[in-house]
Design a protein around this ligand. Structure first.
Ligand code: PXL
Length: 278
């Protein structure tokens, strides 16, 4: 099997283990070539730190894409995450349209909100710009808050009823035309994971819940899922691998690091990821 190339389009948060500092090592560990288009450089992520720096690289994105196109560079997978502004979401959409082939898979993590609230710095119409990007994806990976913001459905805290999850995931799939992997799904206090809506079918991938919350786990999850997909796993299998991997990362972190905004020790769970991808 020839090596797959992923283009990861996220910011670099210099400290705090999310976006590219998570996507690159996890995708490399999964055997992918990981090319990047950094969209911004921040001193830290925006969730839990104040006074962070933000160097916007929006103006560099299309020139990178034009250069790659002139060199004939494309990718098997385009994988996007946190994007800094409405304009950036629109430019990333144009970038993917410029570079993709009919065989490319586009995975969009609409990383913009959690716990019922948009992340610091986004305007209220950002979900609309993100929806437009989601509409060019084959797979999107929203959490419950993000799916509510994409669809206009009311956000609720878990545990959820199956009815609420299934209406939310179907509406998200109908609106975007993508397969939807909905994260943060729990029906009781013991288990948590994701729901998958693919071609109208809904399935679940759950694991035991570890009672701790860390920043960056959405990126750990989506990166591991992408890594499993390029290793020819089905979407359902890739989601279960990513659910288990994310739980392992949280478990390992809980032993040593209670600082939620410092992210998870995903490095120590990578040997397990190797094993399941063998
Ligand atoms: O995917 C999470 C993330 C990535 N990058 C930046 C963020 C966040 C979440 O808050 O602030 C800059």
């Amino acid at each position: 099997m020839s090596q797959k190339r992923v283009v990861a389009i996220h910011d670099i948060s210099c400290f705090g283990k999310c976006s590219l500092t998570v996507a690159l090592p996890i995708l490399s560990a999964c055997g992918a070539e990981c090319a990047v288009i950094p969209t911004a450089v921040l001193s830290t992520h925006t969730g839990g730190f104040s006074g962070f720096t933000f160097r916007d690289l929006t103006e560099d994105i299309l020139p990178v894409a034009s250069h790659w196109r002139s060199e004939g560079i494309t990718a098997d997978v385009f994988y996007t995450g946190y994007l800094g502004s409405n304009k950036q979401a629109e430019i990333v959409k144009r970038t993917i349209e410029m570079l993709r082939t009919s065989a490319s898979l586009v995975i969009v993590d609409p990383a913009m909100a959690d716990f019922g609230k948009l992340y610091t710095g986004f305007s209220d119409d950002f979900p609309l710009a993100m929806l437009s990007l989601c509409q060019c994806a084959e797979i999107i990976v929203p959490n419950i808050t993000e799916a509510c913001m994409l669809t206009g459905m009311e956000y609720k805290e878990g545990p959820y009823s199956e009815e609420y999850i299934e209406i939310l995931i179907r509406r998200t799939a109908d609106l975007t035309g993508a397969s939807v992997v909905l994260t943060g799904v729990c029906f009781d206090d013991r288990r948590i994971g994701a729901a998958i809506c693919e071609k109208g079918d809904i399935k679940y991938a759950l694991t035991r819940r570890i009672p701790a919350v860390y920043h960056g786990t959405g990126d750990v999850f989506a990166s591991a899922m992408t890594g499993a997909l390029i290793n020819d796993r089905s979407l359902q299998a890739a989601v279960q691998i990513a659910v288990n991997f994310t739980r392992e990362c949280i478990e390992k972190t809980l032993e040593e690091n209670p600082e939620r905004e410092y992210g998870v020790n995903f490095e120590s769970a990578i040997p397990e990821l190797f094993k399941v991808l063998e």
